[in-house]
Design a protein around this ligand. Structure first.
Ligand SMILES: [Zn+2]
Length: 464
């Protein structure tokens, strides 16, 4: 009896401690560039070169979510820019201590400052302002620190909702990843909302190629909508945007039924709010979810760069990135940097598989095609394809067999499109009897990227 009492006293002493207690915090930083007379040019990324910003419409933000399982902390942060390369991500991580894992992503905004280099005044000039890039990297770390400061005990619900009418797939075959995933966090005793994490799959380019106002595109309005209705901080993460998931040429009507034109803030706002409403629908059906323990698996690997435009941009310094010798091995014993343009080269990147309790997350370092996520690669291949006999890549979602799943794109890197190898189509004859090649390959590192990335993800998910 005495022994039992001691044990229960011990249990009482042990139980209230924080080991394993789930906490969440949200934080954000304003990273709007200065625009105007006397300021440096701000080159807007995503479409043609030399598109200089003339004014600011709405802010460019970094938004972070920190989650903790007792003392173990992980962070997700996303910025309203076109993308961030792995070296930037590494610099963000260097500014943070005490984290088991930090995921840095970008919304892939096509109406914000160039942070990669491809959209400067000319093809041989980078559009990146190094001071601004430094500010973005510091701002990501600040947003994470603010989220860490806000950590509070939480319960979580997860919901999904799909709407194919909210995506235009402008490249054949038409395969849409139209599932939105939303997580909402609550204060356990009061059910007061602590924050919303929303993940959706679309290019932020509603303002199109001629806009010169700095904006976060539709995401500004999605976040605004959800802040208004959910009454808490909101962080948006992008997902499967390859293939190509876009709002351009997507019919979007206002409340009176009038179709809104591409390149207008009316369309950007309406679309952003519709995505927000889809998240609200998902939240109505949301169910409790456990996000602990954290099982984080990441792999550094090489992806061959066969794209000659990228190789040229690298040799001119427009793309500021270390290249590595490529001998056909994605995970060599030694990563050997090289400057030899004529030889096969590769870029170092990172793939992640995260098992957060009942939620599995794929962290994919670029713009993956929906075919590669949803196991819908063309089979048989179109005879016009360049590699019709290439093996079908292992689909990302085939590896996620748990209760809940989510994909974060442009995660810790932006390597452009990951195109199913058997849908690669640069050379005549072209697929589907088309007279010219479809858009896509020019913004991919090469046809081996998808097999390498999907292969690595499969191994990570299996625990190899
Ligand atoms: Zn893109």
């Amino acid at each position: 009896m005495r022994f039992a009492c001691t044990l229960s006293a011990l249990a009482l002493f042990v139980l209230p401690c924080t080991a394993g207690e789930f906490k969440v915090g949200f934080g954000e930083t304003d990273l709007t560039p200065e625009v105007g007379a006397g300021k440096k040019s701000v080159f807007l990324a995503g479409f043609g070169q030399n598109r200089k910003a003339t004014t600011v419409h709405d802010p460019i933000m970094a938004r972070a979510v920190v989650m903790a399982d007792g003392d173990e902390k992980i962070a997700f942060v996303s910025v309203d820019v076109v993308g961030l390369f792995l070296p930037s991500v590494e610099r963000v991580r260097e500014k943070l201590t005490g984290f088991k894992y930090v995921l840095v992503s970008a919304t892939h905004n096509h109406e914000g400052p160039d942070t990669l280099g491809l959209w400067g005044a000319s093809p041989v000039q980078s559009g990146v302002d190094p001071d601004y890039l430094k500010r973005v990297e510091a701002g990501c770390a600040e947003a994470v620190k603010a989220a860490e400061k806000a950590l509070a005990a939480a319960t979580v619900k997860i919901g999904t909702a799909a709407d194919p009418a909210l995506i235009n797939d402008n490249r054949k075959p038409v395969v849409k990843h139209d599932e939105l995933v939303v997580l909402k966090f609550f204060e356990p005793k009061t059910d007061k909302p602590l924050g919303v994490l929303v993940q959706w799959n679309c290019h932020p380019e509603a303002l199109d190629s001629r806009n010169t106002e700095v904006t976060a595109d539709f995401i500004y309005y999605t976040v605004k909508q959800l802040r208004e209705t959910q009454k808490c901080p909101v962080a948006y993460f992008t997902g499967t945007v390859g293939g190509l998931m876009t709002t351009l040429k997507l019919p979007v009507k206002d409340e009176k039924g009038k179709e809104l034109a591409d390149g207008t803030f009316e369309k950007s706002e309406r679309y952003g709010r519709l995505v927000g409403q889809l998240a609200e629908k998902a939240l109505k059906e949301a169910v409790p979810v456990t996000l602990t323990p954290f099982d984080i698996r990441t792999r550094e690997l090489l992806v061959p760069v066969e794209n000659n435009i990228y190789r040229l941009a690298w040799s001119f310094g427009t793309l500021n990135r270390t290249m590595y010798a490529w001998d056909g091995t994605p995970t060599p014993k030694k990563f050997v940097p090289t400057k030899e343009v004529g030889k096969p080269v590769a870029v170092k990147t990172e793939v992640g598989y995260l098992k957060l309790g009942e939620l599995e997350v794929a962290a994919i370092p670029g713009e993956i095609y929906p075919e590669l996520v949803l196991n819908k690669v063309e089979n048989p291949a179109d005879p016009g394809a360049d590699f019709p006999n290439a093996a079908v890549e292992p689909a990302v979602y085939n590896q996620l067999k748990g209760k809940h799943r989510m994909l974060i794109g442009l995660a810790n890197d932006e390597l452009g499109y990951f195109i199913p190898k058997r849908q690669w189509d640069e050379n005549a004859p072209f697929c589907y009897g088309l007279k010219k090649a479809q858009y896509g390959e020019m913004n991919s590192v090469g046809p081996e990227a998808a097999p390498v990335i999907c292969g690595a993800f499969k191994e990570l998910a299996k625990g190899k």
